[in-house]
Design a protein around this ligand. Structure first.
Ligand SMILES: *[C@@H]1O[C@H](CO)[C@@H](O)[C@H](O)[C@H]1NC(C)=O
Ligand SMILES: *[C@@H]1O[C@H](CO)[C@@H](O)[C@H](O)[C@H]1NC(C)=O
Ligand SMILES: *[C@@H]1O[C@H](CO)[C@@H](O)[C@H](O)[C@H]1NC(C)=O
Ligand SMILES: *[C@@H]1O[C@H](CO)[C@@H](O)[C@H](O)[C@H]1NC(C)=O
Length: 426
């Protein structure tokens, strides 16, 4: 049996070279030089696009930290990942936290504060988000350069579902958990992510850590008196993939001893949410989502909130905290006290003073949604209530579960959509 299969295989191989020329002979002879020329130009263009898309950087960085160095960072710091819908307050919240002396953000110089330090050497605006400073997981076209925009325009993938602020969460690879959906839960990912982000946390000296740490395996955990330094990473997309990050940092590494390291890990996730109509209005005013309707953007917002609620429910053992942008704007001191105490960097007695100091550096304006609310009322007056009432019918039950209300926003406008709603539904 075995020999007849081998014989068949040999026959198959023998027939191949015989057939190939006949197939080629049927074709008209191709002009050799232009074809080569085109192939070369095509290859060059392809390589340019790949390089511009960051394809080159998806290779491993040449010098990964040793697993022991990653462990050493994780054992001695609090990891804080901030997430929430785009334009939902993640930047303000991170800037506030980074104004605390124990909290270090990505891409900020030693004395800078996140996106506010753009002028003095920090990374500009949303580009200090962790997702753009790594090459381990995908970026969903969230910050396209001109070449990527051109490439996506040509290939028709510019505005596909799963790309950009208004639809990224629908991408099949956006929701990542400890179930290892995309095979990224590996020791190499863990070292690569810490190497890439670690370079951007100004308080870490990676080369020193990498060369001096031998092994923490035998070390008995010492009781800590000092609060830990917090390494803050902000990406709105963390709302969808925080369970993956949690699992990645907790992966057993080579230096792990039975019953060892994980007890020393302190990984925290802070989520901020904001009224969906404010988020939708803010997103639509930027090119990333201007092609989507308010209805679609609210749907996407709901999708993220429902995923988050289910994930928190599934992982009650994880350290998570949720705040609302509206709450932060109305009562910044109270909200910051809550966050500082949860982070373990202040106690109940010291937190108020710390919050006051932080707010002197990063002021918080009240009435955060006013601008978008009046825009919304103006659009009702201009376009009528039909689309809005349809949205309420379809989405209000889901929005109510998150503590917000679409109807409430409309009811404080001068346009009487409720009356029209009754009329419409007849
Ligand atoms: C860390 O140390 C390893 C082994 O000594 C080395 O190969 C690697 O390049 C170092 N990485 C960094 C970021 O210093
Ligand atoms: C995008 O895909 C999701 C999930 O497949 C779907 O629910 C949603 O309606 C789609 N959105 C658009 C604009 O096609
Ligand atoms: C995740 O998947 C990758 C690729 O299949 C595998 O190498 C790795 O061991 C998996 N990680 C875990 C924690 O199972
Ligand atoms: C990091 O530590 C090394 C070795 O101790 C030292 O030579 C280097 O200057 C340090 N780098 C920074 C930026 O402090």
């Amino acid at each position: 049996m075995g020999s007849s299969r081998a014989e068949a295989k040999r026959r198959h191989h023998r027939t191949r070279p015989d057939r190939a020329p006949t197939a080629d002979a049927a074709r008209p002879p191709a002009p050799a030089t232009p074809l080569l020329h085109r192939a070369a130009v095509g290859l060059l263009l392809y390589l340019c696009v790949v390089a511009a898309l960051g394809g080159g950087s998806s290779r491993l960085p040449p010098e990964l930290l040793r697993a022991e160095a990653v462990d050493a960072v994780l054992d001695t710091h609090t990891m804080l990942h901030v997430g929430g819908p785009h334009r939902g307050g993640t930047t303000l919240l991170s800037d506030l936290l980074e104004a605390h002396p124990l909290v270090h953000g990505l891409g900020a110089p030693e004395n800078g504060i996140g996106s506010r330090s753009a002028g003095v050497g920090g990374t500009k605006g949303p580009l200090n988000e962790g997702i753009f400073l790594q090459s381990v997981f995908p970026r969903f076209g969230l910050a396209m350069g001109p070449v990527e925009i051109a490439y996506r325009t040509v290939t028709g993938t510019l505005r596909q579902n799963g790309t950009g602020w208004g639809a990224y969460a629908y991408a099949p690879t956006a929701h990542l958990t400890e179930a290892n959906e995309t095979g990224l839960l590996t020791d190499v990912s863990r070292r690569q992510l810490m190497t890439e982000w670690g370079r951007k946390w100004a308080c870490l000296n990676l080369s020193e850590l990498n060369s001096t740490i031998s092994s923490l395996g035998d070390e008995v955990a010492k009781p800590e008196r000092q609060p830990r330094t917090v390494l803050l990473e902000k990406s709105p997309t963390n709302i969808m993939m925080w369970r993956f990050l949690e699992a990645l940092w907790r992966l057993p590494s080579r230096s792990t001893r039975p019953g060892g390291r994980t007890a020393r890990l302190d990984v925290k996730f802070l989520f901020i949410s904001r009224h969906p109509l404010a988020v939708a209005a803010a997103q639509r005013s930027w090119a990333d989502a201007s092609h989507l309707s308010v209805h679609q953007l609210v749907e996407h917002w709901i999708y993220q909130q429902e995923t988050l609620a289910a994930d928190i429910h599934a992982r009650t053992d994880a350290s998570t905290l949720r705040v609302h942008f509206e709450q932060l704007a109305d009562d910044p001191i109270g909200t910051l006290i809550r966050v500082f105490v949860w982070l373990g960097i202040e106690d109940e007695t010291s937190a108020r003073e710390a919050a006051t100091t932080v707010l002197q550096k990063v002021p918080v304006k009240g009435g955060t949604n006013l601008k978008y609310h009046s825009q919304f009322c103006a659009s009702l007056a201009r376009d009528g209530c039909v689309a809005y009432n349809r949205m309420i019918d379809a989405l209000e039950p889901s929005v109510l579960k998150t503590g917000y209300s679409l109807r409430e926003w409309g009811s404080s406008c001068k346009v009487a959509c409720a009356a029209q709603n009754r009329f419409d539904t007849k």
